[in-house]
Unconditional design. Structure first.
Length: 500
């Protein structure tokens, strides 16, 4: 749609004008700082930061109805940098010039109603939000688009040059960081630290392919995170882990999009989210609270966090009913490898957000469930056999929804949204290992024979076969083709006759 075709009262607002007001706020000591340089921890006390817009009246100047219409028309507007997560510009980084925005096609991922066969098995109406259909095939692109747009802004306004962007990753943050840094070109390079043997082959290929410098370190993600923190305290680097509060802003767009996709009516909805470093959970809660505070949504949905029993510090915290104490856990191998984190960096943010959220929405509107490794794999395969493309973390989230129903935290009259955080292809090696029964050690997963699918063997004894990648002479080929077809028909139990 063209600007001239939009309602007159919105035209002055649809192309936003940069404004000040967004500031760093320390969660620990309350200090605020201007956004004129990149902080990832409080310059005064080292605490975690959030970015908050201090000009609240700017939002309150307009009704919820105004904002809903603005975002809906902006969604229709053919204006490139405002197509993706920056449709919600005012709620993201309103100090950016439109030329600062890095847009690679992230956001507005498909929200798909689960096929009815799958809904029957699960026992309620639910949707999958395919966040694996982002540019680097995970939701991490939302945060990275925001963080790199901010770096681009710093490059323009502060003359930043020779920036080294660095992160520790379980595979997806690194893929997103490498991609968005590559898009910035001149003056910015990326380096990523990965736990050796704990990222999948496609994930490794993504960072290498985008030109990042890749380091594999022995140990687990939490070790890589410590090394990156050491580097960021002593050297001039730009940290892109979710400690970086700009990423949280970008990831809030998940909540904004969902609100838009449900016509801003979220009252009987349950959003299920997998939790690793807890950046995504923080962002989703924060985004929902913003929508509620400014009257854009009238009801807050339930939010259910999901963790594997092999990496469950957030579950363990909220499972203690009185005076909970936070303790990092020692992780064990998990097929939900992108969430295999024992000491989540964003935990203090979660505690604050959950307290605010429960106060406004009700105690029962936030819960955490724990799932077994077996259930993660079984639900991933179940989903993928129902026409979806769900990664192991998506399987974890679906398993979490079913666990929450069993516990009575969600009822069959509600509707749910399962966050499929990455594309199935990134994690296909877990599915293959499952089929081969190779996940017993460490993961403790026993393969359910009913779900196994392997390539089928053909009996072609006595037939002259082509060598792999080569073709035969026409006579041998005809014999081979007929024998192969007959053998396949036998395995499939086909009846002679004509094709349908
Ligand atoms: C990073 C990641 C998670 C965990 O998200 P956090 O923000 O670290 O809690 C879950 N799923 C996938 C696919 C991820 O890449
Ligand atoms: Zn502080």
């Amino acid at each position: 749609m063209k600007l001239e075709q939009c309602p007159v009262d919105l035209r002055d607002y649809l192309i936003p004008v940069p404004t000040e007001g967004l500031n760093y706020h320390c969660l620990k000591c309350g200090v605020t700082a201007l956004p004129d340089r990149l902080y990832y921890t409080c310059p005064a006390c080292g605490g975690l930061l959030l970015l908050e817009d201090d000009r609240v009246d700017r939002f309150k100047e307009h009704s919820g109805e105004f904002w809903r219409r603005l975002f809906d028309y902006r969604r229709l507007l053919n204006k490139q940098p405002l197509r993706g997560i920056f449709t919600f510009y005012e709620f993201l980084i309103p100090l950016l010039d439109l030329t600062d925005i890095v847009y690679l096609g992230e956001g507005h991922t498909p929200l798909v109603a689960a096929p009815s066969c799958l809904m029957e098995v699960v026992g309620l109406n639910f949707f999958i939000k395919h966040d694996g259909q982002n540019p680097s095939a995970s939701f991490k692109d939302r945060g990275m688009a925001a963080a790199l747009s901010y770096l681009k802004y710093l490059r323009r306004t502060r003359g930043l040059t020779e920036v080294l962007a660095i992160c520790a990753s379980t595979g997806d943050t690194s893929a997103a960081a490498a991609l968005y840094v590559a898009a910035l070109g001149e003056g910015v390079k990326s380096a990523v630290l990965l736990p050796q043997g704990k990222v999948t082959l496609p994930q490794m290929g993504q960072s290498l392919g985008a030109g990042a410098r890749v380091f594999e370190l022995p140990g687990v993600f939490d070790d890589c995170m410590k090394v990156v923190e050491y580097l960021s305290e002593r050297f001039e680097v730009a940290l892109l882990n979710s400690k970086n509060p700009w990423r949280v802003l970008g990831q809030e767009s998940y909540a904004f999009e969902l609100a838009q996709e449900f016509d801003y009516e979220l009252d009987d909805l349950v959003l299920m989210v997998p939790v690793g470093n807890a950046g995504n959970l923080t962002a989703i809660l924060s985004g929902l609270l913003k929508l509620y505070r400014y009257g854009i949504i009238e009801y807050l949905p339930k939010v259910g966090a999901v963790q594997s029993e092999h990496a469950d510090p957030v579950f363990c915290y909220y499972d203690q009913k009185i005076d909970p104490v936070y303790r990092p856990v020692t992780v064990r191998p998990s097929v939900a490898q992108a969430a295999m984190i024992g000491d989540p960096v964003s935990f203090p943010r979660v505690v604050k957000m959950v307290a605010d959220y429960r106060r406004l929405a009700g105690e029962d509107h936030f819960f955490v469930v724990q799932v077994k490794e077996d259930d993660i794999m079984e639900n991933m395969i179940l989903a993928n056999r129902s026409g979806l493309t769900v990664c192991t973390q998506g399987g974890e989230t679906l398993a979490g929804l079913r666990a929450a129903m069993k516990l009575g935290l969600v009822s069959s009259s509600e509707r749910a949204v399962v966050d499929s955080t990455a594309h199935a292809l990134k994690f296909a090696e877990f599915q293959n290992a499952y089929f081969e029964g190779a996940l017993i050690e460490g993961y403790g997963i026993t393969t359910n024979p009913v779900l196994v699918n392997r390539p089928l063997a053909l009996d072609l004894v006595g037939v002259s076969l082509p060598r792999s990648g080569e073709t035969q002479n026409p006579a041998d080929r005809a014999v081979y083709v007929a024998a192969a077809a007959e053998a396949i028909a036998k395995v499939l139990g086909l009846t002679p006759g004509r094709s349908v």
